[in-house]
Design a binder for this molecule. Sequence first.
Ligand SMILES: [Zn+2]
Length: 419
Amino acid sequence: MLKKANSDLVRRQNRGLFLETLRQHGPLARITLGHRTGLSPASITSISAQLIDEGLVYSIGEDDAVSAETKRGRPQTRLALNPKATNVLAVSISVDSIELAFADFSGATHAPVKLRMDTYEIPKEEFGPRVANEIKANARKLGIELSSITRIGIAVQGVADTITGEIPWSPAFRARDIPVVKPLERILGIPCSIGNNANMIAEALIAADRKKYGGNTAVVFLGHGVGLGLILNGAVYDGANGRAAEFGHMNHLPDGPLCRCGRHGCLEAFSADYGIMRMATNGQGNDFDVHAAVRDEEMRELELAAESGDTVAIDAFNRAGEVLGFGIARLIALINPQRVVLAGPGTRAYDLMKDSIWEALRRGLVHDLRKYVEFEVVPYGKDMITTGTLVETLRHLDRDVFATGQKGTVLEFSGRKIA
Ligand SMILES: [Zn+2]
């Protein structure tokens, strides 16, 4: 029994590797696929026959007579993921807005659908059903059958519990413990998973350049909050139940200004957009409404004021940078990353914060611990969250669903469920 379980496991790993390699590199000839995966020609032949038979992979390029891969006068066919094999959906939840992005198995997306929703005031039991109805209506508009969607990945601004599928708390909601995964699965009959949006940005960066970001990288998100996608040994680390890594809610100053989480003095209470706006307009006064979203135009106005010499605005950005710099110094001391990446809309004001960030890094951390760390500010597009969510969702299908050869197969290994 153990021997059978082991051979099933190897088969499953090889199929997963095959699919993931095609996903990463695009269409490949069998021989190249063998080189990239390290699988033997016999394994490549056998797995490709199975996957073609199951409709997950198809051959292209038979009549490509000038193929660079032509050998002995015979054009080689290439294998590609079959876009029609299935569909997936990425759902991105943020303050007052929901975004839906439907994609096929090759990862090609339809134009994302942006929906306004008053998330902050919505009763928590109504949220899941409302989103499910939007998914149904928009799938119908795009001509996508619900039954063709194999998985839904959900990214949320705030804390996502990967075990319960709930949102314990988020700046997007007044309520706590919002059920999301269970109501969507019940109403739509499609498996769902949920994760934090900074983690999804980290997934998007790994997919874009595994060599650069796939080792140990800290991706700090700046904007409506301060988040962290922590890449450790090539994988996004999300802790015991998805609540890592809440960098923005590490305490900077006990009893400091009020944070959106309800505590005082968290890092994001200084360095998120609302912390900067409060500092510029209200000092550290606690009569500032931290739950109101700061509009992009308001932040732009504050940045322009700082750029034109307004000392109150300059001080607010300096304070945000200083607190962020001390936070990053602690983070570097703790995990020794190769790279620290700043991402998110808040990076637009990086030039206003960089001197104070670096000054705090110098004051907060001995040179020997930071001298090899590379820093990078990446241009931000909201599609990074959607891209990362789709990457994570499709990888789950490759490794854990289609790799088994049968949807929903559960392998038993030494009496322990491994799928
Ligand atoms: Zn907090």
